[in-house]
Write a protein that binds this ligand. Structure first.
Ligand SMILES: C[S@@+](CC[C@H](N)C(=O)[O-])C[C@H]1O[C@@H](n2cnc3c(N)ncnc32)[C@H](O)[C@@H]1O
Length: 235
């Protein structure tokens, strides 16, 4: 598993969001949240599990929308950031953060309506095992994202401190099939990779994002996307 130790460091957890989601990175945070909400639809009253929830960006968002949500992560410091965020948002009484391994989920079969994993599969050496655990504990939707193999992400992927696993579309389709999951929907986005936007101030990033959207909307443009957001369901 890539990065398991990395995220145990307090200063890594403290700087996690600032490094990725300030300046031009705000566009990324917003798009990821939109992808999750699109995938899940209305969540009020739904039981949702977020694995590898990190600092709780989605856990808190879903609690604010009335979901009965559990965020699970292997890193105490990342969960600490999540608890602070939940307190600040006034939802700390309505969600639960749990320390644990996504490879051995401490829940019975079919316990949740939906389970999600954002920015996690690129760290996984054996994604099949995680996907099968996600499927086991849910009755309906499995939501996750991947960074794409044939994309601008591959230009700098090798230079990242822990590297990251890139996926082709057919690999994801094979993974879903081997977990007996059926593809419900997918969105492919970001011709220019996340790492590019993170370097830019917000005002400079916005016109690039418009250009990015225009290229992605061209016929075949989605094949240039560096990120895919996947929703699967039980077969
Ligand atoms: C890139 S962060 C993503 C956090 C969050 N999902 C987000 O999108 O902001 C990856 C997270 O995976 C967690 N993680 C790594 N291995 C894990 C495992 N085996 N079980 C649970 N969480 C794990 C790390 O602690 C870290 O918080």
């Amino acid at each position: 598993m890539k990065g398991q130790e990395w995220y145990q460091e307090h200063d890594v957890a403290e700087r996690y969001e600032d490094k990725r989601f300030s300046g031009g990175g705000r566009l990324i945070d917003r798009r990821e949240k939109e992808a999750v909400l699109d995938a899940l639809g209305p969540v009020e009253g739904d039981r949702i599990l977020e694995i590898a929830c990190g600092t709780g960006r989605f856990t808190v968002l879903l609690a604010e929308r009335g979901a009965d949500v559990v965020g699970l992560d292997i890193s105490g410091p990342m969960l600490g950031q999540g608890r602070e965020k939940a307190r600040a948002a006034g939802v700390d009484d309505t969600l639960e953060f749990l320390r644990g391994d996504a490879g051995r989920l401490p829940f019975p079969d079919d316990h949740f309506d939906a389970v999600l994993a954002m920015r996690f599969f690129h760290l996984a050496d054996a994604p099949e095992a995680f996907l099968s655990e996600m499927k086991r504990v849910t009755t309906d939707a499995v939501v996750f994202d991947t960074f794409n193999r044939f994309s601008t992400r591959s230009i700098y992927n090798w230079a990242l401190p822990m590297g990251s696993r890139l996926y082709s579309r057919s690999e994801v389709e094979d993974l879903l099939a081997s977990a007996d999951l059926q593809l419900r929907g997918a969105e492919h986005d970001w011709v220019l990779p996340y790492g590019f936007y993170r370097q830019l101030p917000g005002a400079v990033a916005k016109p690039f994002r418009v250009f990015d959207g225009a290229i992605g909307a061209l016929p075949g443009g989605d094949h240039l996307a560096s990120v895919s957001y996947w929703t699967a369901e039980i077969e």
